[in-house]
Write a protein that binds this ligand. Structure first.
Ligand SMILES: Cc1cc2nc3c(=O)[nH]c(=O)nc-3n(C[C@H](O)[C@H](O)[C@H](O)COP(=O)(O)OP(=O)(O)OC[C@H]3O[C@@H](n4cnc5c(N)ncnc54)[C@H](O)[C@@H]3O)c2cc1C
Length: 443
């Protein structure tokens, strides 16, 4: 460990961890950023990879490149597996070694969340979730393969099952995915098949709640619902899924035959709480103090999707803005402590609003008193998402792709890609997408 400078270890370089790392660039600390993937991922646009609008390289950047110019920062591709809070060590598995101890003076855990099947893990093989690039590519493969299989299928009775896509979860991801899929089948693929009519594909969105976009104001949920219906999406509300298997989905006693089901219904936090033996909420997120530290450990911060903190008696939502603001706050607390400056006031989340896009040229937007739906909201959505991409090269590339897709209907990456990585490489962020059918890292 450095004699001269305290060491800050950041586990996870998603929205929270990366914001913390960047905010420490001028501090007199040695920063070590650990992630099990070599890239920072812009999860809000994952659905566009899954529906072929963008390619994976347009929504992710190498962490090493993003932080490359930051002289006080080292990036390690490794997976954290535990923390010894007494000896101030985090244990990591690297490419060829297990349980390597790494000392820290300050620890920031920003390990995010993964899918939750609400106790029905048996759904997982048939209904992959959308959380990583590998998930998105795997889902893209499944969607495109369904059309190829249907085109090769002589029996027209089987076409309907093959071309039925079920999305479980009517939150922003499910709604965005359903809208993008509807545009894909009704416009992009329209004229390219001979035996099947892609536009006849059935897209079903299922949610146990009474409306879609339950966290948005009711009027915006209703606007999104109308838009989905206009795009030909069947929305089934008020019933949870009873079963999912290789033949389809059971909802309220009805069997929906489908070969492609996507799970967007729930998330569960990383196991950081178990590593620390810390107090957790009912979902398993670490209950943090108002300064984002763990009770009894002022040197350990937990931020983002894996942390639980209430504001105005309500838990903060699992969104990118919370993670980024918390990352910057944790960095500031460390910076001030090292300099012997006065403590900061408790963390306060500044809610800039929320948005969801529904098909081409339509979004809903809620910020403060402003509630918008339609094209203007979609323009705002596009501008905000471009702004938050990690690098300017991605901004240019995504902007051009969106303009191209908007004008021509053509998509950026309609490729079925079968990776054939050796199984051992799946350990550190290079999963064998095709053979496993979903990201081996998740869960
Ligand atoms: C499909 C989808 C769409 C979304 N859309 C939106 C949206 O439109 N707007 C919005 O605000 N939010 C959205 N979110 C939520 C948002 O992405 C999360 O709230 C945000 O990413 C949380 O940031 P985080 O830093 O806590 O975790 P993440 O950004 O998930 O980062 C966690 C990082 O930790 C790494 N990691 C995990 N475990 C380990 C380990 N053991 N060792 C090493 N590294 C590890 C992961 O590889 C990852 O890089 C979306 C999420 C998804 C999945």
């Amino acid at each position: 460990m450095s004699e001269a400078m305290p060491r800050v270890v950041i586990v996870g370089s998603g929205f929270g961890g990366l914001a913390a790392g960047k905010a420490l660039r001028e501090s007199e600390v040695e920063v070590i950023v650990i992630d099990r993937q070599n890239h920072h991922l812009f999860q809000p646009l994952l659905y566009q990879v899954a529906t072929s609008v963008l390619n994976p390289g347009q929504i992710a950047s190498p962490i090493r490149e993003i932080l490359g110019k930051q002289r006080n920062t080292t990036v390690l591709l490794a997976e954290a597996t535990g923390v010894d809070t007494d000896r101030r060590r985090v244990f990591v598995d690297s490419v060829d070694r297990a349980s390597i101890p790494l000392d820290y003076d300050y620890l920031i855990l920003a390990t995010g969340a993964s899918h939750s099947y609400f106790g029905h893990d048996e759904f997982a093989p048939f209904a992959p979730g959308l959380k990583s690039l590998a998930d998105a590519v795997s889902i893209r493969n499944r969607i495109l393969q369904a059309f190829e299989q249907a085109e090769a299928e002589e029996d027209p009775k089987r076409h309907r099952d093959l071309l039925t896509f079920v999305l479980v979860g009517g939150g922003p991801t499910g709604v965005e995915m359903a809208g993008a899929l509807a545009v894909l089948v009704r416009s992009t693929l329209e004229s390219e098949f001979r035996r099947i009519d892609p536009a006849s594909a059935r897209i079903v969105l299922v949610d146990a709640g009474k409306r879609v976009l339950g966290t948005f104001p009711e009027a915006l949920g209703a606007a999104a619902m109308r838009r989905l219906e206009k795009l030909g999406v069947e929305v089934r509300l008020g019933h949870s899924v009873d079963h999912i298997d290789a033949d389809g989905v059971g909802v309220a006693g009805e069997h929906i035959a489908s070969k492609t089901v996507v799970w967007t219904a729930g998330v569960s936090p990383s196991p950081a709480g178990r590593w620390l033996g810390a107090e957790m909420d009912h979902a398993g997120r670490v209950r943090v103090q108002p300064d984002l530290t763990v009770r009894g450990h002022p040197e350990i911060f937990v931020i983002g999707d894996t942390a639980s903190l209430d504001q105005h008696d309500k838990p903060l939502p699992g969104v990118a803005q919370v993670a980024m603001q918390q990352g910057r706050y944790a960095a500031k607390v460390i910076h001030r402590r090292i300099r012997g400056q006065a403590a900061l006031p408790p963390f306060r989340y500044f809610d800039k609003g929320s948005m969801a896009v529904v098909g081409k040229g339509f979004a809903v937007l809620h910020t403060g008193r402003i509630r918008l739906s339609g094209f203007v909201a979609w323009m705002a959505w596009a501008a905000v998402h471009l702004e938050f991409l990690a690098q300017s090269s991605l901004r240019v590339s995504v902007f051009l792709q969106w303009v191209w897709t908007y004008l021509t209907g053509q998509r950026g990456s309609r490729l079925i890609v079968n990776y054939h990585e050796p199984k051992s490489s799946a350990k550190l962020g290079i999963p064998d997408v095709a053979s496993k059918g979903r990201d081996a890292r998740i869960g």
